[in-house]
Design a protein around this ligand. Sequence first.
Ligand code: ATP
Ligand code: MG
Length: 613
Amino acid sequence: MNNEIGNMLATLCFLGYKRATKYDIRNTRHEARNMRYSRMFIPTVKEVPADAETTSHKLMIRAALCRKVASGTYTYLPLGWRSLLKIIAIVREEMDKAGAQEILVPCMQPAELWDKTGRSIDYGPTLFRFTDRHGRENVLEPTAEEVVTYLAAGEINSYKQLPINLYQISPKFRDEFRPRFGVIRSREFIMKDAYSFDADPKGLDESYKLMYDAYCRIFKRCGLEYVIVEAESGEMGGSGSHQFTIPCESGEDTIIYTKDGSYAANLERAAVDPLPKEKSSAEIPPMQEVHTPNIGSIEAVCAFLKTQPKDMVKTLIYAAGDDAVAAIVRGDHDLNPEKFTQAVGGKHVELADEATIEKASGAKVGFAGPVGIAERVSKMIIDHAVAAMAVGVTGANKTDYHVKNVMPGRDFPLEGENVTVADIRYAVEGDTYNGKKLLFRKGIEVGQVFKLGTKYSEKLGAKFLDENGDEKPCIMGCYGIGINRILASAIEISNDNNGIIWPISIAPFEVLVTSVNQDDEKVAQVAEDIYQDLMGKGIDVLLDDRALRGGVKFKDADLIGIPVRVTVGRKSVADGNVEIKLRSETKSTKVSIEKAPDKAIELVNSLKEELKT
Ligand code: ATP
Ligand code: MG
């Protein structure tokens, strides 16, 4: 090879290398032709879908982020998918930074593993199940404790391999009773789920803290204002949990907190102080049975006996395995199944069937009462608020009868071998905790972290040998984030009448360059140049080059909500200027054509700066 050719090849290789780096790392997507609105698939619509109750659901359809396929399932269109990918990138980066390692487990999982942990029953009808051609039972993963613990059981055997934290970002399936609010409660969604394995409780605390802190960074970076509340670990089992919630009116979750910020919990968890004992003005006469034919519901009894729900005592019969257990709550209160589960010793409980209720109460459904029920059930748990009542009306444990003048403590026991008074109801307005008034606020749960303990590792045999050669179960934690809910809640809290106002970090594009008069060659060229310049500088930019009226383009621009907007119109271009504005502000600024790209970049950077952790 002569020198000249050698040099030429070297230069070409170098250029090729430079080019490859440029393409691979940053620009593959930016230089694709489809960053032009005219070529992109962005079918925005004016109509609001009939089933859309929330702002985010409406806007996600209108701004062409997604389309419904069937109840609770959605196809993401290019804009929506771009945002989801950005969220995923943030989540992945923070998980990696926190020391978790990414894996991928199958969505289709053997039901056998779920039988081993008992969750094929506990998850109930929410678990999607199917039988394969060989007659094997499978589930579609709603979460992956079973499969990841099964993996650990096969691979971890020494304390030297611990701690370890494995995560995945993948579709999850839940046959939700009521899919709604678009992607917020859907039947297929993308979840980031992580599972930590530690040798001792202190290790778990550290793993938990790492995830907790990573979650704070993730939500901040996604532009979400979140609150962290204590949560119940529910069917997960385990000893502690926090939920990350985005306060907003349309949220399905209730956040309960004290004004001074010393307490915040979700509704399932929120504890209440016992109510002060009611005083009766006169001596309570003996119990009196009243005939209430076919009148079983609280409302009907109240109307019939001219009393109020708060003066009634409800008796609910639950099944805990083969046992019947009674929950006694005030007529105007609702039983909190999570608290009740704790009160019966962590056993899974569900409302008993009619036959069990009738057997326990000796009456048709609607007429159970606390008097004498303790002898007929394995446990009777009485809510504090009932124990505090001076007197009440209850079912008579006799079909078509109620009893008046029932005095807790006198007519039914408040303590005993199988009788306990406990906090088993949902908090309501007016309640206090630690003497402080409880305040209520709606929110969307976007993530939750759990200390699982050894529930799964024991059941699935994820054990290791410690330093002394003793076999021990791994101590686990699990950590979930709803990727789609991040997207929907960002829209839910950041929008106006005209459309979405994206946080820059998860916006489908950072800058929108609108050519207002695409038929004007000069305008089209200026817009094109700014677009190219921004692209070359690594900005995520969309060029609206459609041959449409300015008004239509501005409407779409507001709707799809790209944070920084460069507007190129005939008039300003004639003066050598363009207009730059933020989607979140109404005021625009005139900038010379030459300075436009740098000004846009400056705005992008300042928006990014606000989301830095
Ligand atoms: P919820 O109480 O809202 O049903 P969950 O507590 O059952 O949710 P987790 O098991 O904690 O949910 O799942 C982790 C995350 O997955 C949740 O914090 C949420 O962001 C998301 N998620 C759960 N269910 C759904 C769903 N049906 N649709 C979309 N995202 C969901
Ligand atoms: Mg949860």
